[in-house]
Design a protein around this ligand. Structure first.
Ligand code: ADP
Length: 387
């Protein structure tokens, strides 16, 4: 009798437990299908790979954006997609490969973002991140977005700016020319007051010319219309030229400045476009000159490091306040220091320098404690010529 009762309660217990388990499983399945349905419905393409780089999720938007049916990619190794993106997807695939082969190789919070142009000229942005669960690497997730329209609009805007700046140059040359003729007295005697007014017109025309030229440069570079003319370069004479120019300016403007250079005897040649490298160098030195009060010091240092030559332009001027440092390379950004406001400028110089150095496969950065008098150091690198 007691065995029968025991059996009955054991049976009840087992039944209850299996019902509980069933409930839990159902709940899990519901939660999993809900997450799947959400992933399927998002407007961005989602591609998930597991630890072995097998594609485990490819949602409807990914099908639409990449023009690939999910049936063709689901469960397949990611590397089979290599041909799809041509050269441009290589970095994306390589990053997934690196993370999957050696999960310890990714830095915490490392992510990857890139733009791909597909064969049919669709432009797609990809954002890639690792999927981690308590430090265990579960795979990767890539988000795709079709940005063809945005890129086209941006291109049109850039083209528009390039065309307008180009058209503005002709009338400005003529304004400048006629002002100079009048200043020379070639159009008749002028009074002292007329001379002062014409000088103002002349200096503002010069400012406008610099602005238009910089704008033209920025937009042409963005539109991919500027190509470099790289050649083996000796940086020493370039630095000497730039320093001579700024010393002349310092004399003319009556703003004494101690300008020095430190260059080792043996300095390897770099690969660079001479005019463009000169442009960057003279922009950095001119900034140091402008943003350092009279009597200050500028040092241009060159040294080779690994397979690069590094150029440092150091000054003891107003420095860059910490809260402005993240915007320094933005287009049109200008500081708020009285010395900056009193200096003619358009905030395009550093943006342009950054693009030019990156086109050379170099790097550009700066250091500043953000306190007046402690100045700043702007540095850039250029690849050494391989002998
Ligand atoms: P611009 O000199 O025409 O303003 P830039 O792009 O060359 O444009 O520089 C952007 C801003 O960065 C400047 O307005 C200034 O606030 C800051 N800056 C650049 N170089 C220096 C420097 N050497 N010392 C202090 N501030 C600087």
């Amino acid at each position: 009798m007691s065995i029968a009762i025991n059996n009955a309660s054991l049976f009840k217990l087992l039944r209850e437990q299996s019902e509980d388990l069933g409930d839990m499983l159902r709940q899990q399945q519901v939660a999993a299908s809900r997450s799947r349905a959400i992933l399927e419905a998002v407007a961005d393409g989602v591609l998930v790979t597991d630890q072995n780089m097998t594609i485990t999720l490819f949602n409807a938007s990914a099908e639409r954006i990449l023009h690939l049916p999910a049936t063709q990619v689901m469960g397949k190794p990611l590397m089979e997609l290599t041909g799809l993106f041509g050269r441009s997807g290589r970095d994306w695939l390589e990053t997934i490969k690196r993370w999957s082969k050696d999960p310890s190789s990714y830095q915490p919070s490392e992510t990857f973002a890139e733009q791909l142009e597909l064969d049919d000229h669709t432009v797609v942005s990809i954002h890639l991140s690792p999927v981690l669960l308590r430090n265990e690497f579960l795979g990767t997730v890539s988000i795709f977005r079709d940005i063809t329209y945005e890129v086209q609009v941006d291109r049109l805007k850039t083209e528009f700016i390039a065309n307008v700046s180009h058209e503005l140059r002709t009338p400005m040359t003529s304004v400048k020319g006629y002002v100079e003729i009048m200043l020379m007295g070639a159009a008749g005697q002028i009074t002292d007051q007329q001379r002062r007014f014409l000088e103002i017109v002349k200096s503002n025309t010069e400012r406008l010319t610099v602005l238009v030229n910089d704008l033209l440069d920025v937009s042409r570079i963005e539109a991919g219309r500027i190509s470099l003319n790289p050649q083996p370069l000796d940086l020493r004479p370039l630095v000497e030229e730039v320093i001579t120019d700024i010393q002349r300016r310092s004399r003319e403007e009556n703003k004494p400045m101690n300008i020095m250079m430190q260059i080792p005897h043996e300095l390897p040649r770099v690969i660079g476009d001479m005019e463009r490298v000169r442009q960057v160098m003279s922009n950095l030195v001119a900034n140091s000159y402008s943003y350092t009060p009279a009597g200050g010091q500028i040092i241009v240092r060159l040294h080779s490091k690994g397979d690069e030559v590094q150029v440092d332009v150091e000054d003891n001027g107003i420095g860059i306040p910490k809260d402005q440092q993240h915007r320094i390379f933005d287009r049109f950004f200008r500081g708020s220091d009285p010395l900056v406001l009193a200096t003619a400028g358009n905030g395009l110089g550093l943006a342009l320098s950054k693009t030019l150095i990156e086109m050379h496969r170099g790097r550009i950065w700066f250091q500043s404690e953000g306190e007046p008098g402690k100045g700043s150091i702007f540095s850039f690198t250029l690849p050494i010529q391989n002998v």
